[in-house]
Every structure is written in structure tokens, then in C-alpha cells.
Design a protein around this ligand. Structure first.
Ligand code: CP
Ligand code: NVA
Length: 303
């Protein structure tokens, strides 16, 4: 059966650990693994802008011996109204996998439903699971483990990153705290699913409106833009108490690591001194997009 990666809980805890172990392996010798030799092509579609995802998937597919085909929606028939299912039926005949950054989760579910080759979520409005794999790899590098690590996320608790931290962190057995203003908390379905996963993995989920409470004793602090792609006219003043400042960092563990998926808006959701400071691991995190996604593609295609 074809496996897709549409949301973080599409990998079981054991499968997530396998992918992360493979990512660490691939990072040691970047050009040693060639599962896409042929070269086999991977379609990488974008309905929204991207720097990291585009570059890491293009370079990653090339590293694996494959041929990355990047397609922007404005330049494809998908952008002119060809159906998602018809697009899938064409791509599966020519490509070994489909990677897609799009809007609603239902769109990528529809693509996966029509595709006999793996479909990978490169960000939707609801989830950003490839980013969380890279973040988990970065946490392992910084802390040596995931189980029992406390990760606190600040800001928009209803966005793709918050949802993916909940599901991906719970799968990894982490203690995930979300600090967000009232009315900007995670979707109840995702929150409930993360709690369910946590029960099995020994992790925990806490959602609070109190940023300081969430930061106390945390191993990892994470944040994201207050205004996700497609929300450009949003009033972000409500998130100001959730900015990751030096004060917030001081409440966490002394060796806390700070994550940001990037792009970052300095002195908005994160103080410039924190993003560019000694606790920040954001450049490792950005690099790990490459290794984590190579491992994911390899796992999906070879399992
Ligand atoms: N973090 C991330 O997905 O970045 P891009 O939007 O640049 O791909
Ligand atoms: N939440 C952000 C993540 C960007 C990588 C967005 O969707 O724009």
C-alpha cells in the first residue's frame, strides 16, 4: 500500500524514529545514498512561496540521485483549474513521488487519494510535518533525545506549526506546551489527537494563555511568524505577549535551545538577540530540512 506523509501522525512513533535515525545517517555522508538513481523524478509543487522547502527538496532529490521537477502553480494547469485528481493521475505516471505546498489540508488529501505514488505535505494551512521532522532532528542533536524533552511553542496556536508540534511532538514522546491567546488555540481535533498519542508515548500536551508559565523549565522554545502565508492583513497585536524575548529565555532551562522554522521577523515574534544569540539553533534546523526530507522520501519509497 502506498504511504503518504500528509500530517505528522501519518508516521507511528517507531516509524518516526526510523526516519529520524536515517536522517542522522544521511547527514554523516550527504552523497552516499542514491535511492532515486535512474534518475527517478519527484514533482515538487508550490501554491505558496518558499525558500527553504524549495531548495531543500530540490537539492535533496538531486543528492539522492533523482531529478527534482519544481512546478509553481501559476505556471501549471493546476493553477488554471485542472482538477487535483487529474493532476495526480498524470504525475504518478511520470514521477516517483509528489511533494506539494498548498492551502487547505483537504486539497492534499484529495491528491493522495488519487495518487499511487507517495504524496508529501510541504506545508498546508493546517500542518507543516516536514518542518517538524527537521526540528526533531535538531532537538536530538541539541539534547541527545526526544522522549521527555519539554518543547514550548509561543504565538499563533492555531497555525500549521503549532498543529505539527502537537502531533509530531506527541509522537516523539515530548512534553509539548502551546502558549497562545484565547481564540488562537489549536484546533480541538488536533489537540485531542495529540493528547491521545501522548497517552501512548508518555508525552504530554498543555495549552495555556500564559507565556511565562509555558517557558518555565522548558528545554526548547519555539515560535513562528504571527501572520502565516495567506493571512497578510491580520492584526497581530494580540500575539505581542507571546514574543520570544530574552526575559522568556531566562525562564527556561539554562541550556535551552531556540527553534524558529523561518522566515523570522526580528523583534516581532522573536527578539533579534534571541534569534541571533547563543541558544538559537535555527540554522541547524534549516539545514536539517535537507536531511530529514531525504530520509522521509527514502523511507516512503523503499519501505
Ligand atoms: N520553513 C519553511 O518552510 O520555509 P520556506 O517557506 O522558505 O520554505
Ligand atoms: N506558519 C508559517 C510557516 C512558514 C514556513 C506559514 O504558514 O506561513
Amino acid at each position: 500500500m502506498t504511504r503518504h506523509f500528509l500530517r505528522d501522525d501519518d508516521l507511528s512513533p517507531a516509524e518516526q524514529a526510523e526516519v529520524l535515525a536515517l536522517a542522522a545517517e544521511m547527514k554523516k555522508d550527504r552523497f552516499a545514498h542514491k535511492p532515486l538513481a535512474g534518475p527517478r523524478s519527484v514533482a515538487i509543487l508550490f501554491d505558496k512561496p518558499s525558500t527553504r522547502t524549495r531548495v531543500s527538496f530540490m537539492a535533496g532529490v538531486a543528492d539522492l540521485g533523482g531529478n527534482p521537477l519544481v512546478i509553481d502553480s501559476q505556471t501549471s494547469q493546476l493553477g488554471r483549474g485542472e482538477t487535483i485528481a487529474d493532476t495526480a493521475k498524470v504525475l504518478e505516471r511520470i514521477c516517483s513521488a509528489i511533494v506539494w505546498r498548498t492551502f487547505g489540508q483537504s486539497r492534499i488529501e484529495e491528491m493522495a487519494g488519487a495518487s499511487s505514488v507517495p504524496v508529501v505535505n510541504a506545508l498546508t494551512d493546517e500542518f507543516h510535518p516536514c518542518q517538524i521532522l527537521a526540528d526533531l532532528q535538531t532537538v536530538i542533536e541539541a539534547k541527545g533525545r526526544l522522549t521527555g524533552v519539554t518543547l514550548a511553542y509561543f504565538g499563533d496556536g492555531a497555525n500549521n506549526m503549532a498543529h505539527s508540534y502537537l502531533l509530531g511532538g506527541a509522537t516523539a514522546g515530548m512534553h509539548v506546551r502551546i502558549a497562545a491567546p484565547e481564540g488562537h488555540t489549536p484546533s480541538p481535533d488536533v489537540w485531542h489527537r495529540a493528547e491521545e498519542i501522548s497517552k501512548a508515548t508518555g508525552g504530554s500536551i498543555e495549552v495555556t494563555t500564559d507565556a511565562r508559565e509555558a517557558a518555565v523549565g522548558a528545554d526548547v522554545l519555539a515560535t513562528d511568524t504571527w501572520s502565516s502565508m495567506g493571512q497578510d492583513a491580520k492584526d497581530t497585536a494580540i500575539y505581542e505577549p507571546y514574543a520570544v524575548t530574552e526575559d522568556l529565555v531566562a525562564l527556561a532551562k539554562a541550556d535551552v535551545s531556540v527553534l524558529h522554522c523561518l522566515p523570522a521577523y526580528r523583534d516581532k515574534e522573536i527578539a533579534a538577540s534571541v534569534l541571533d544569540g547563543p541558544h538559537s539553533v535555527v540554522w541547524d534546523e534549516a539545514e536539517n530540512r535537507l536531511h530529514a526530507q531525504k530520509a522521509l522520501l527514502t523511507w516512503l519509497l523503499e519501505r
